[in-house]
Design a protein around this ligand. Structure first.
Ligand SMILES: Cc1cc2nc3c(=O)[nH]c(=O)nc-3n(C[C@H](O)[C@H](O)[C@H](O)COP(=O)(O)OP(=O)(O)OC[C@H]3O[C@@H](n4cnc5c(N)ncnc54)[C@H](O)[C@@H]3O)c2cc1C
Length: 480
């Protein structure tokens, strides 16, 4: 077997590279190691049942509930069971988690969690965790990092299994890395929407590459809107972490509270959206949080950069696309439906999140899936019989030439059809128009998302169909 190739160097890709050692691998990343990784932007932290009054069973139950009871219970159990060890591993590697005065991990409370269970390093937890993992990877002679290279296409042989990756070098030339083992770790796709908290480069290219070679994708319509992005004219929108609400921040619309702030994100996001649609001014009020500017130093800085003082001001907020629960379908070993292709982190669909991700479960998933892929690769079986369901052939669109696509148009279409609230008519129009843009990776992924939303006519978790009630009501109207 040629060296496995890992595409993407956020927490999931870095963990896979680290866990593979001493097996050699190639790590492909468009910038330097941690550039453009959402992992670096995570503010809240990583969830694990570590408190005396907590258990993985409770963590699993909260994950199931937040996910609207459609998550994969075996995956949820596996990942929540692994969580305490993941935090211990990260601490051993040197992540500077915050501790209480008596030396225990300081665990924060976040929405949807019934216990305080989010291990954090100030409010820059993702940067602390990802930098630590990147430093560990840099020390490894087994990892050959190919910086400033972006993967463009996956290559398959006559048997349909992976045979290589085409990457674009800094001079714009394409080169092929031959391998029969690829780990996709390309992160999310939030930048396909007009308002997002994701890096502007998070365009779902991993989903496009995988789907074009016949990998099954699931739940692409299940995207999470974070209820409290700072409502300023910026792309992406700065995030005001959920931990602020856990620490006592309240949401108001025209000065009145309108929602319980610690409900799961889909509930709070929908409530905020409804208030904004009704023309009210929605604000996050952090003024009662003790020492807010020091406890949430990174958020305070983000606010200041946009002219807001977190200590005194009411902060304008709006929902913004934050996380993709769906993605490339994988089994417990992070194996996709294409032999030789693993997917880890946010690009994968493990079933952990169901229809709505529980806060701070995704850094956890990135580490668990990264390690699972590494273990599986070391088992050296790249020609597996897929354990995930077969792909729907209608979703497989090979690459083709075509006119340049305007990303602004793709964003406008997804914003209008696949926002917090959806309806069949807008989705039909979106699917028709996006079908014409599928030669382009962004257009293709947007089409897959809109198609998936159209094919799911019922409201579940973050997928809210406003036409469902109308249909039900119409169906119940019995003609005289
Ligand atoms: C603002 C913000 C706050 C968050 N807070 C939390 C939190 O507190 N707790 C939590 O659990 N989760 C949080 N999340 C979610 C979490 O950060 C992500 O889900 C997780 O970090 C994803 O990790 P990843 O490694 O899969 O992807 P990423 O960290 O996004 O890394 C993707 C990598 O792939 C690379 N890449 C992309 N395309 C290509 C290509 N074609 N070729 C080569 N490389 C490519 C990128 O450059 C990057 O290196 C937050 C997300 C955001 C945006």
């Amino acid at each position: 077997m040629n060296k496995p190739v890992i595409i993407g160097s956020g927490l999931a890709g870095l963990t896979a590279a680290w866990a593979l050692a001493p097996t050699e691998c190639v790590l492909v990343t468009p910038g330097t190691l941690t550039d453009n990784a959402a992992s670096m932007w995570a503010q809240g932290g990583i969830a694990a049942a570590l408190a005396d009054d907590d258990s993985p069973t409770l963590h699993a139950a909260d994950t199931v509930r937040a996910g609207a009871f459609v998550g994969d219970t075996r995956t949820i159990r596996r990942i929540t069971d692994a969580a305490p060890d993941v935090v211990a591993l990260l601490a051993d590697l040197g992540v500077p988690f915050d501790h209480t005065d008596d030396g225990r991990l300081d665990l924060a409370l976040e929405g949807g969690h019934s216990r305080s269970r989010v291990a954090h390093a100030g409010d820059s937890s993702g940067a602390a965790i990802t930098r630590t993992m990147a430093a560990a990877v840099r020390d490894l002679p087994s990892v050959h990092t190919l910086e400033r290279h972006a993967a463009r296409r996956l290559l398959t042989g006559a048997d349909g299994a992976i045979s290589g990756v085409e990457v674009i070098a800094p001079d714009g030339c394409a080169l092929v890395l031959e391998t029969d083992a690829v780990v996709l770790a390309t992160g999310g796709m939030g930048a396909l929407w007009p308002c997002t908290t994701n890096p502007a480069t998070a365009l779902g290219q991993g989903v496009a590459m995988a789907a074009r070679v016949g990998a099954r994708t699931d739940d692409l319509h299940l995207v999470q809107f974070h209820p409290t992005a700072l409502d300023v004219p910026a792309f992406p929108n700065p995030l005001l972490t959920e931990a602020l609400r856990g620490a006592g921040a309240i949401l108001t619309a025209d000065g009145e509270r309108f929602v319980h702030e610690l409900q799961p994100r889909d509930v709070v996001a929908a409530a905020v959206w409804e208030q904004l649609q009704a023309g009210r001014s929605v604000r996050l009020d952090c003024r009662e949080i003790p020492c807010v500017a020091t406890r949430f130093a990174a958020v305070a800085e983000l606010c200041a950069a946009h002219g807001f003082d977190i200590v005194r001001d009411l902060l304008p907020v709006r929902p913004a696309l934050h996380y993709s629960m769906g993605g490339v379908s994988v089994d417990a070993h992070a194996r996709t439906s294409v032999p030789g292709l693993w997917a880890v982190g946010e690009v994968s669909r493990t079933g952990l999140h169901g229809a709505n991700r529980l806060a701070s479960n995704s850094l956890l998933e990135a580490v668990v899936t990264g390690r699972a892929a590494a273990d599986s690769i070391r088992g050296a079986d790249t020609r597996w019989t897929p354990q995930v369901l077969p792909v729907d052939p209608a979703t497989v669109v090979p690459p083709s030439a075509g006119a340049a696509v305007d990303l602004g148009e793709v964003r406008a279409i997804l914003g209008a059809s696949c926002g917090v609230l959806r309806d069949g008519e807008s989705l039909e129009g979106a699917v028709d128009r996006l079908a014409e843009l599928r030669h382009d990776d962004a257009g293709y992924v947007a089409w897959l998302v809109a198609r998936s939303a159209l094919l799911h006519p019922h409201t579940v978790g973050a997928h809210r169909r406003i036409d469902e009630q109308l249909e039900t009501a119409a169906a119940q109207e019995v003609p005289a």
